[in-house]
Design a protein around this ligand. Structure first.
Ligand code: 9G3
Length: 569
């Protein structure tokens, strides 16, 4: 492709509202252009990379026997009404009416659509297991689209759905797809972790997210510095054996703690470590008040709290609610003498508190020397706290480290959540009708493209790995007005194309500096520079990633390219 004809307007300056590096670089290098907030066009360079990522996804999904389909983005509201999600999703689900005033959703995902497609035709276990997938545009009206392709309102997703007769079949499909995802992200050259995640509104049990490590990531993952263990901070399990001090239990006393509301203030006032304090917070769980206790230095994890209580809505009680229910201010509430009817639950760490401190449920007063079970009852203990850096890894191997991650993949075991609500049943081998067991699996394809740029760039531009680069080679004629340079440039362009290389040939009548800046910005891994020594048949090969340059005689060119390509994978 001649660069003089390529539609890829590069920008010198960084667009003001582009904060993420990938957003800046993809705009400046002419890979994408924004139409409106959260909605982008892929220009030729961007489209070429997108296609390469899609090809890797297709190869891995096809390899495990999935079948590619293409479902509509225009989805009748009926199927969403059947699953109930028409009512549970808010403005994020884009809705529209057709000319007959029928209501539709623009597909945010396709669980409903594919279940409605299957339930009429697939009636026997003999047709299962089956995995269908598509690569298709999704619409989600994000409140705050940001970071370019990382959080758009229209984006490209590979979404797959597995169909089995039972849980065992689902487990098998889940594992197959899980490994296919590992292959996809490995082949994209990404540094990623498969992390245990919370299934949130999707229901079902196991779920994993595939996280690309990056400071710009919106998720925090906790992973072991010595094993494969990794989990989304939201649900990372805590497995700590708390040492219980064997000092004798002292007599409980009430003390004045004027205006000492926070754990920090109380600990400082009493000159004790925060971990000897018991933090008490009142939560409203499905309309019921629950007093939740943690050790003073720990934080309650509301996702774990919700799961432990099998609740649908958990909210921190407001100041007024706390005052009304416990007739005490938030800073002075505690588990001793709690009014009947209020459940008291505690994180495991509280069990090991000896002679601790807690609010006295009286203004400006705390109890000291309180001991769980002796001085207050706990309905049940559970793992309710956020994991912390430095905690032992739950698998007993290594220590927990935090990192920010970009979620590029998410796999769910749905079970019969959709097949039950939508009557997708099959006859099992005993002729008994049973709901199909499903899984759903997503890769954010356009988000993955941006994640690659987040992890692979330098101060001059993008560093595409060979397998994803928009072109194999960037051939640059430094001065097209110079006959020997333009003659050699044209010759090499033809020769390289006839050797099946995909070449971007910079034949523009631009200053050399502009050409080199643009080449580094676009980020094709190998630059072949036809310059001053063209008449001697000598060109320069530049490795974009290392900046390393070699002078090569054109007779050595093909061998040298092969060697460079191996290095840039
Ligand atoms: C919606 C809207 C936003 C959504 C969803 C539905 C996320 C929704 C979760 C999933 C689950 C899996 C198949 C591919 C893998 C992920 N945001 N999710 O269901 F209506 Cl507006 O999409 N779907």
């Amino acid at each position: 492709m001649r660069q003089s004809q390529l539609y890829s307007p590069t920008l010198r300056e960084v667009p003001a509202d582009a904060e993420a590096k990938s957003h800046q670089l993809l705009l400046r290098a002419g890979f994408i252009r924004q139409n409106v907030s959260g909605v982008y066009s892929f220009l030729p360079l961007g489209k070429k990379v997108l296609r390469k990522i899609e090809t890797i996804v297709r190869e891995e999904m096809d390899f495990i026997g999935s079948q590619e389909v293409l479902m509509p983005a225009l989805q009748p509201s009926e199927v969403w009404e059947e699953s109930g999600r028409w009512y549970t999703y808010g403005p994020e689900l884009m809705r529209l009416n057709d000319r007959h005033d029928r209501t539709f959703a623009l597909g945010a995902t396709h669980e409903e659509l594919i279940t409605s497609l299957l339930r009429d035709e697939v009636k026997s276990y003999k047709k299962l297991p089956m995995v269908l997938y598509q690569i298709q545009t999704k619409f989600r009206d994000e409140k705050r689209p940001r970071f370019g392709l990382l959080r758009g309102r229209e984006f490209i997703m590979k979404d797959a759905y597995s169909f089995d007769v039972d849980q065992e079949g689902l487990d098998r499909n889940y594992d197959n797809i899980f490994h296919a995802y590992k292959n996809v992200f490995t082949r994209c050259g990404l540094d990623f972790r498969a992390v245990l995640a919370d299934s949130g509104a999707m229901g079902g049990r196991d779920t994993h997210e595939f996280m690309v490590l990056s400071e710009i990531g919106e998720d925090t993952i906790a992973y072991s510095d010595r094993s494969e263990f990794a989990a989304n901070i939201e649900m990372a399990p805590v497995k700590v054996i708390y040492a219980k001090k064997d000092s004798e239990l002292r007599e409980k006393e009430i003390i004045m703690t004027e205006n000492k509301r926070s754990i920090k203030d109380v600990a400082e006032f009493l000159d004790i470590p925060e971990q000897e304090c018991i933090k008490s917070l009142l939560w409203i769980v499905d309309e019921q008040p629950v007093l939740v206790l943690t050790r003073g230095d720990h934080q309650i994890n509301d996702i774990k709290l919700k799961n432990a209580l099998e609740a649908s809505i958990v909210k921190l009680a407001t100041e007024e609610q706390t005052n009304e229910i416990l007739n005490s201010e938030i800073g002075f509430i505690g588990p001793v003498n709690v009014p009947d009817g209020i459940k008291v639950i505690a994180d495991e760490a509280v069990r090991s508190v000896v002679n601790g401190v807690c609010g006295a449920n009286e203004q400006d007063k705390h109890f000291v020397n309180v001991n769980p079970d002796r001085d207050f009852k706990v309905d049940f203990y559970d793992d309710l706290r956020f994991i912390k850096e430095g905690d032992p890894s739950p698998d007993g191997n290594g220590t927990i480290v935090f990192a920010k991650g970009i979620e590029v993949g998410h796999v769910f075991k749905l079970g019969t959540r959709y097949s039950e609500s939508m009557n997708a049943e099959i006859l099992d081998k005993n002729g008994k009708s049973t709901p199909i067991v499903m899984g759903s699996y997503g890769i954010g394809v356009s988000r993955t493209l941006a994640a690659v740029v987040e992890q692979m760039h330098d101060e001059n531009g993008i560093l595409w790995p060979t397998q994803l680069s928009p072109f194999d080679l960037h051939l640059i004629c430094v001065n097209p007005k110079n006959d020997s340079q333009s003659a050699l440039g044209e010759k090499l362009y033809e020769e390289l194309k006839s050797n099946r290389f995909d070449v971007l040939y910079d034949d523009r009548k631009e200053r050399a500096g502009v050409k080199f800046t643009d080449a580094d910005l676009i980020g094709i891994p190998i630059q072949i520079i036809v310059g001053k020594r063209a008449e001697e048949g000598i060109i320069e090969m530049k490795n974009r990633k290392t900046g390393h340059k070699d002078e090569v005689h054109v007779s050595e060119l093909l061998a040298s390219i092969a060697q460079h390509q191996a290095e840039s994978r």
